[in-house]
Design a protein around this ligand. Structure first.
Ligand SMILES: C[S@@+](CC[C@H](N)C(=O)[O-])C[C@H]1O[C@@H](n2cnc3c(N)ncnc32)[C@H](O)[C@@H]1O
Length: 199
């Protein structure tokens, strides 16, 4: 299975780089395709993203991708993603779109291309959470309702400061929330991150 993230933003922010490298660690070298990347990003690809396939092409220009073999993960889809969707599916497509709170449904920019859409539940996930969740469902055959999540978790930044994330995250087998390594540190370091507009 190949995971395509159609990148909608011009640059590549540090936290976005962390999310992309987090996805890579789950899906493996050669299986993560970052499409629609701006030339300036292609020219200065961070070392963290070695092993990712990056291209300036848009999803439908990628060799092998067709409307019939690619599923769009779409919060507004009518049907949930299920293990049986793995049949005939070679590519999974996600919006590399800044999340927003409340969500503005920018995934529609991909929906209009005509892909079959599947949702992952009613709460907006970070893009790396959506990738990991889809991998569990399609590659490990675990139904969505057997996975455990936490919604809008509070993250402790310091003794006096917490921040509430406006997203749903996957829990690991020990019940711990899965976030990109280094992400909490980045949140603590730079309070300039606007968590209402994250991937
Ligand atoms: C951070 S979300 C951004 C969503 C954006 N705010 C919107 O309203 O479309 C980025 C991508 O993750 C995937 N995603 C996130 N939550 C999802 C859900 N509950 N169901 C299906 N896909 C989801 C979608 O592919 C989406 O384009």
């Amino acid at each position: 299975m190949k995971y395509i993230i159609e990148h909608f933003e011009e640059g590549l922010e540090e936290w976005c780089e962390l999310e992309y490298s987090h996805m890579l660690s789950y899906v493996g070298e050669g299986n993560l395709i970052l499409s629609n990347m701006h030339q300036s990003v292609l020219d200065n690809l961070p070392t963290k993203l070695e092993g990712v396939v990056v291209t300036g092409k848009s999803v439908l220009e990628i060799e092998g991708v067709t409307i019939d073999n690619c599923i769009l993960l779409d919060p507004a889809a009518k049907e949930p993603l299920s293990p049986s969707d793995a049949e005939n599916c070679k590519f999974l497509l996600f919006g590399g779109i800044l999340g927003d709170d409340p969500p503005r449904d920018r995934t529609k920019e991909l929906r209009v291309m005509g892909f079959k859409g599947r949702h992952l539940g009613p709460v907006q996930m970070t893009t790396d959470t959506a990738v990991m969740t889809s991998q569990h469902v399609l590659e490990k055959g675990i139904p969505l309702d057997e996975l455990k999540f936490i919604d809008h978790p509070e993250i402790v930044l310091s003794k006096r400061e917490t921040v509430q994330m406006p997203f749903r995250y996957l829990l690991n087998s020990e019940g711990k929330m899965i976030m990109p390594p280094g992400f909490k540190k980045l949140l603590r370091k730079g309070n300039d991150i606007d968590i209402t507009t994250m991937l």
